[in-house]
Ligand binder design. Sequence first.
Ligand SMILES: [Zn+2]
Length: 111
Amino acid sequence: MLNDEARRAQREQAGLWLSEHWTQNRECPLCGTDAWTVGDIVVVPLVHSPLDGPTYPFFPVFCDSCGHTRLFNALTMGILKGSEDEEEEEEVTIPEPRAGAEASIDAEPPK
Ligand SMILES: [Zn+2]
């Protein structure tokens, strides 16, 4: 399990990745605002797999206005390694829910 500081660092890393890769329209498809917040990694188990089976790790990115959420694969983002890497496997555990544990995306979208 990661401590608060390590989770904050992961959120910041995710925010930087998003600032670099989210090059298209950042307006929320529901409410039209463009302020998003990165949350802590969540893991989603696969249907028809055992409870301790493989999972997908995602960074949730919330619309600050309406709460609409987008999920970004932490493996694709390069922030987590695959489970074949024994040293990184612990990072795929489910973080404890925590209020105020967000990092904002502060880069401006391209004009
Ligand atoms: Zn919204």
